[in-house]
Design a protein around this ligand. Sequence first.
Ligand code: SF4
Length: 195
Amino acid sequence: MTVRAQGAAEEPGAVAYTYAGLLAEARGLPNDRYLARIIASWLHGESVLPAWLGLTRPDYRALMARHFPRVGTPVPSPEPPTLSAALADEQGDVADLIRRYRRGDDRSELWLAPMVAAGCLGREHLWRDLGLTGRDELSALIAAAFPALQARNERDMKWKKFLYKCLCEDTGIYTCRAPSCDACSDFHDCFGPEV
Ligand code: SF4
């Protein structure tokens, strides 16, 4: 996939940033490596993330300026669409949930929350929809940026299922069909390996 600079016409000479390329340009801040992975996958059409990674355009610019200051604001070509109002609402609810568990060490956590939430809108495992390499990398991201969320997932539930279950529990809306996970016929949908 060609990558072009934000707002510009196709730039044949534009650099198609890889994970390694982005990481080489990183400023050395917390969560650089997770951001680099997610952004590189998005630039190459290998994630479900919408326009601006699921951030606002100003937030995408701020993220790039802070973490990868010499990279500019590249976007995929063609540009992914923005979310519909209904999906944006859903993303906002999940992002609010994730944000409540942030470590509180670094501003990047505030950007990662809506990015992870936007990944929840895809149909695959969350790590795949975010363009990460596997569940281990997603769990490492969550441990780094949202450690209390990882602690809450004490049974190691699949991340997307877990986030929506938290949302249901926190709002008092219970959609699970069984009184407990152990008694549930959907157990294997919610737990087990994410490959
Ligand atoms: S295993 Fe069943 S009860 Fe537990 S979260 Fe999944 S659907 Fe809900």
